[in-house]
Design a protein around this ligand. Structure first.
Ligand code: FMN
Length: 340
């Protein structure tokens, strides 16, 4: 048995949730209950990210941060992208915003975020959307940071091992939000998270944090029994008091009008699990696999939808367990999931 990957009394991890839901308050509450919190570095400026880390450091003895690994940006079909922009124009018109049909790429300021984590090390860094080279992993490990790679299949786990990470976040396709699948043109294979954990562990001897579709303590137990050292939850924390989830998004999670979740590239060009709303229905068949270009294309539209309380056009990220997402203090959710 390898050494524990995450130093927390309870084997419950608050998954990083970029775009608002993860806050320092949520992370602090999770740590106070004995869970292991992750801050979300994605979409944040390095300055805001650094400020969050320093705010959490004294409040949480052990914590991690998450980074988006830059995507390849050389394979967007300009014709398909322009066609998708044209298809979305009526959605934007309805919200009074204009879309810019020129593909925009960025690396989420990866180098700067890496530099700040080398200058001010944190206990754990998790990576999603692919793998960096060995040098970046080695640099983080050389300052005492444990590095986790998010994977969605055994072959991705082998590649993660080969770049030298300390452990894996094995994310099943039931997870809310973006899939960590390394190739955004593919969808993760439909498989229960516990079965995926078993498959990965048969191929790769690294400690595993399991994530995806947790809807209560029995699911946590099943993932630990499958060999995970800890279990990460995102969706079940979205409605807690300390989460930064917007009011429209919170309401949608309990609105009976939404009856299921679906994996879609419609909002960002990368597969993500969301509540099935009108936007998903209208566009899930046509979005090109172009991340982050589609993310930038739709961002203004989604911001306007959030401001207008328009849940029909908002990216309502949710895992399959969303109906069991409770309100109230996050610490209660963490303790209940751990059965204490
Ligand atoms: C709103 C939201 C935002 C997310 N943002 C991130 C992120 O920034 N980085 C990441 O690695 N995973 C992100 N995820 C995925 C989670 O880390 C985790 O894999 C997932 O929430 C687990 O499945 P569950 O939602 O069914 O609990 C996000 C998930 C949600 C619901």
């Amino acid at each position: 048995m390898s050494a524990p990957l995450l130093d927390s009394p309870l084997p419950i991890v608050a998954a990083p949730m970029a775009g608002g839901p993860t806050t320092v308050a949520l992370s602090t509450a999770v740590a106070s209950a004995g869970g292991f919190p992750f801050l979300a570095g994605g979409y944040r400026t390095p300055e805001a990210f650094a400020a969050e880390i320093e705010a959490l450091r004294p409040a949480a003895p052990a914590f991690g941060v998450n980074l988006f690994v830059p995507s390849r940006d050389d394979d967007v079909d300009p014709g398909a992208f322009a066609a998708y922009a044209a298809e979305l124009a009526p959605e934007a018109d309805a919200l009074g915003v204009a879309l810019d049909p020129t593909p925009v790429f960025d690396d989420d300021r990866w180098e700067e975020k890496l530099a700040l984590l080398l200058a001010r090390p944190v206990p754990v860094v998790s990576l999603t959307f692919g793998l960096p080279d060995r040098t970046a992993v080695a640099a983080l490990r050389s300052v005492g940071t444990r590095v986790l790679a998010s994977v969605t299949a055994p072959h991705e786990a082998r590649l993660a091992r080969d770049v030298g990470v300390d452990g894996l976040v094995v994310q099943g396709p039931d997870a809310g939000g973006h899939s960590a699948v390394h190739d955004p043109a593919g969808y993760p294979e439909p498989v229960a998270t516990a079965e995926l954990v078993r498959r990965v562990r048969r191929k790769v001897d690294l400690p595993v944090v399991a994530a995806g579709g947790v809807d209560g303590p029995a699911a946590v137990r099943a993932l630990l029994d499958a060999g995970a050292q800890a279990v990460a939850v995102g969706t079940l924390l979205l409605r807690t008091d300390e989460a930064g989830t917007s009011p429209t998004y919170r309401r949608a999670l309990t609105d009976p009008a939404f009856t299921e979740t679906v994996l879609t590239r419609a909002f960002t060009g990368r597969p993500a699990r969301a509540l099935r709303n009108g936007f998903v229905e209208r566009h899930r068949g046509s979005a090109p696999a172009a991340y982050p270009a589609v993310h930038h294309l739709t961002r203004g539209l989604r911001q306007a939808a959030a401001a207008a309380g328009d849940a029909d056009r908002l990216h309502l990220w949710a895992g399959t367990g969303y109906r069991n997402a409770p309100g109230g203090p996050a610490a209660d959710v963490v303790r209940a999931l751990a059965g204490v």
